[in-house]
Ligand binder design. Structure first.
Ligand code: ATP
Length: 359
């Protein structure tokens, strides 16, 4: 049995709005799960239901073999970092960080060690530890909230966009710290974010949500390379995946420019499809038989460039290390083994014969 099982969970708010529809997830012990999705898709609602701060309308949650649906938040043994910090204004920063350990009547020396260790990680100094949260900046308060969670022990750690108020440098540093802590203490974490970079760099498992439903669950690598829906394909990846319109005729993708055979789709016909191909799977080449990209503009990023241009009538992006300065057009080749075909009507990836190999 999974460490945390979430079965058929639904949330309807009192005003009748259904924020989460039939959510199913299994989290293994020591997983680092990132719930990823655009603003308003139901990520925080889901996290708050796991913590017990929000009641679930339907479904069941089992943590470490114990049904937790009807337990109050304090009886769930779950730690949570909120986006809005939720610090106690009348207590010092030190006491805020050590609070949950004090409540659990841990020894003074143990509390001191944990508080000092946590505050070092989140870069809160001894002078700041003596202040009240109101005397800190927004970013510092967010670090205190993170420190408070780092200091405590719990069965499950929930984090709701804990880095959103930090500047880019500190956000990068804290990402590394959180991952190192997670590795060191073998914790189980569920982390909410709308930032694909956070999800790709931190998660062992991404849960991609859209409008209250799960679009796809899988490792960052799997969801990136095998998106099951157009939403998943376009939400992950910068620049966004290229989508080339056409039709599928007996396994052959066709449009005014291309005719590409896909053995695994043999026998399948779909009137409107999109061929999805990421920018790193299109190469600049110098052979005659390849396609011409009419260049629009080039983004120089130091170690590589992103070419933007028209392939037939489709605007596409190509990731390259070639020197393309001063070109008005160039020849490109598609790595068809990495292409994914989507049915426009269902917005889903077309499933073919898994055993057929592309050459
Ligand atoms: P964000 O990334 O912006 O924080 P989110 O994915 O975490 O968004 P939620 O906060 O879970 O989204 O909200 C999901 C949906 O539920 C939103 O449309 C929101 O307006 C709605 N919602 C949230 N709280 C309530 C409430 N108390 N009553 C009614 N609707 C609510």
């Amino acid at each position: 049995m999974a460490y945390l099982t979430i079965k058929n969970v639904k949330k309807v708010y009192p005003n009748g709005f259904c924020a989460v529809k039939d959510f199913n997830l299994e989290v293994d012990a020591h997983d680092f799960v990132v719930i990823l999705g655009p603003s308003g898709c139901g990520k925080s609602t889901m996290l708050r239901m796991i913590s017990g701060l929000e009641a679930i309308t339907e479904g069941e949650m089992i943590l470490d073999e114990k049904k937790i649906n009807n337990l109050s938040p304090k009886d769930r043994d779950i730690a949570m970092v909120f986006q809005n910090y939720a610090l106690y204004g009348h207590m010092s920063v030190y006491d805020n960080i050590g609070f949950s350990l004090m409540v659990r009547k841990k020894k003074q020396r143990f509390i001191h060690e944990r508080v000092m260790n946590a505050s070092k990680i989140v870069e809160i100094n001894e002078e700041q530890l003596k202040r009240k949260p109101g005397q800190l900046s927004g970013g510092q308060r967010q670090r205190v909230a993170l420190g408070r969670t780092i200091a405590r022990e719990a069965k499950l750690f929930l984090m709701d966009e804990p880095l959103s108020n930090l500047d880019a440098k500190l956000r990068g540093d804290m990402r590394v710290e959180i991952i190192e802590l997670w590795r060191k203490y073998n914790q189980t974490v569920i982390y909410v974010s709308h930032d694909q970079v956070e999800a790709m760099t931190m998660a062992t498992k991404i849960v991609l949500m859209n409008e209250g439903v799960i679009e796809q669950v899988g490792s960052p690598n799997f969801v990136y390379n095998h998106p099951e829906t157009l939403f998943a394909a376009t939400f992950l990846g910068t620049p966004q995946i290229n989508l080339i319109p056409g039709s599928l005729e007996d396994g052959c993708f066709k449009n005014e420019m291309f005719s590409i055979d896909f053995p695994e789709y043999k026998g399948i016909n779909v009137e409107q499809v999109l061929l999805g191909i990421r920018s790193e799977n299109i190469f600049v080449v110098d052979k005659d038989e390849d396609f011409i990209l009419q260049m629009d503009y080039v983004e120089y990023l130091g170690s590589k460039s992103i070419l933007h241009g028209l392939l037939g009538e489709t605007q596409i992006a190509v990731n390259t290390k070639e020197d393309v300065a001063n070109l008005t057009n160039c020849k490109v080749k598609l790595n068809k083994t990495k292409a994914i075909l989507f049915d426009v009507q269902t917005s889903k990836a077309i499933r073919g014969d898994q055993n057929a190999e592309r050459s």
